[in-house]
Design a protein around this ligand. Structure first.
Ligand SMILES: [Zn+2]
Length: 117
């Protein structure tokens, strides 16, 4: 997997799962990785969490966000899972653009959902 840049990882995901046009389904990734996804009742500033575990990792999404926003957050959290493997837990609170890793996740999610080419 190309780890150098979120755009390259997004291209790799598109190629691997042969996504052609939106909407992009997360189902193929769920089939490949031991991750469970659930919805949580959080305040508006919380977008999601990613908790890495030995057997099954989890991604939590804010059920109060729009469907599109939750989809974006899902791919954001998946990038934490795929690439930021030196940390066990990510708690993603808006505004999340301030930190480098959060920006990487956002770039990845944007390029998975809205590829440039
Ligand atoms: Zn994050």
């Amino acid at each position: 997997m190309p780890l150098e840049h979120p755009v390259r990882v997004a291209r790799w995901i598109h190629k691997r799962y042969q996504f052609s046009e939106p909407p992009v389904s997360f189902a193929p990734a769920l089939a490949d990785y031991p991750i469970k996804v659930d919805l949580r009742d959080w305040s508006p500033d919380v977008s999601g969490i990613c908790v890495r575990a030995a057997l099954v990792s989890s991604i939590g999404l804010n059920q109060n966000d729009s469907l599109g926003r939750r989809h974006f957050t899902l791919w954001h959290e998946f990038y934490h899972y795929l690439v930021h493997d030196d940390e066990w837990q990510f708690y993603c609170v808006r505004p999340w653009e301030r930190q480098r890793r959060e920006r990487e996740c956002n770039i990845f999610a944007a390029h998975v959902l809205m590829p440039q080419e």
